[in-house]
Design a protein around this ligand. Structure first.
Ligand code: GLP
Length: 259
């Protein structure tokens, strides 16, 4: 893992945007794995600005979402498809075509079938670079503690902690869905490169576990220690429980001097 520690969430977003823009500069038909939640919002703003300036485009690319709530209508403002369309799709955003944004179907009559269908689509496309956030309980996508490291796209229950964390987007906690359909940890691990973004004190414990803790299903993001190309991009608050910050800064500088 390469850990980049930045002064602000804007700097985190800039570092992430640069890596994504480099990938699409090299290969405009690349496949971007996209996360939801509030953490990537400054990144998506930068990608839209880059599209408007002509320095970046998803017009020839594809995007695959990590996850979707079960049972929310697609036009519900908190459905992840609605969120991602709003952030990325269209000529006034990043040029991404609606048909090239793929999201799991949280309203399918047979959710298990929908999960297999989605997993096959992700695997066939092959994600080149995956954006991830992290839950305060260490989830990535919606892979909650105890999830198998080998899991594929599946339906799972959300923890009380996750529903509490996400209640801020809904009128009340009772409206937060109890289930999701999410790429599995095994699916996510097949991405070519991973950018994990975390900002704010609320993420400090999960970041500490992910980077310095033992690999354990108790903290699902720890599986990323086994991925060869992970960039952990954090602000000072999210980094505040890390022990080896001097080394991480040194290693980050060393890596970026040599590419
Ligand atoms: C959500 C999503 C994750 C996201 C995480 C953190 O529940 N399923 O993909 O990374 O929780 O969200 P936020 O960035 O709003 O803290």
């Amino acid at each position: 893992m390469l850990v980049g520690i930045f002064n602000s969430e804007d700097e985190v977003a800039q570092a992430a945007a640069k890596k994504i823009i480099d990938v699409f500069d090299f290969q405009p038909e690349s496949v971007l794995g996209v996360a939801t939640g509030s953490t990537p919002l400054p990144l998506y703003r930068l990608l839209r600005e880059a599209y408007q300036k002509g320095t970046f485009s998803l017009k020839e690319g594809q995007a695959f979402a990590l996850d979707e709530y079960v049972g929310l209508p697609v036009d519900h403002k908190q459905s992840y498809r609605y969120f991602l369309v709003n952030e990325l799709v269209g000529d006034d955003k990043t040029g991404l075509l609606d048909e090239n944004l793929r999201t799991p179907d949280g309203n399918a009559p047979d959710l298990a079938d929908a999960a297999i269908y989605y997993d096959d689509a992700v695997a066939a496309a092959g994600v080149d670079i995956q954006i991830l956030g992290i839950g305060s309980d260490g989830h990535i996508g919606f892979n909650e503690p105890s999830c198998s490291f080998a899991s594929r796209t599946h339906v799972g229950a959300l923890t009380a902690q996750t529903r509490q964390d996400n209640a801020r987007f809904f009128a009340s906690i009772d409206e937060v869905p109890t289930q999701s359909i999410t790429q599995g940890l095994g699916t996510i691990m097949e991405a070519g490169a991973i950018l994990l973004l975390a900002t704010g004190k609320n993420k400090a414990k999960a970041v500490k576990q992910m980077v310095e803790g033992p690999v354990s299903a108790r903290w699902p993001a720890t599986i990323l220690q086994h991925h060869p190309q992970v960039f952990v991009l954090v602000d000072k608050d999210a980094a505040s429980e890390l022990e080896l910050t001097d080394y991480y800064r040194q290693n980050w500088d060393s890596y970026h001097r040599h590419i």
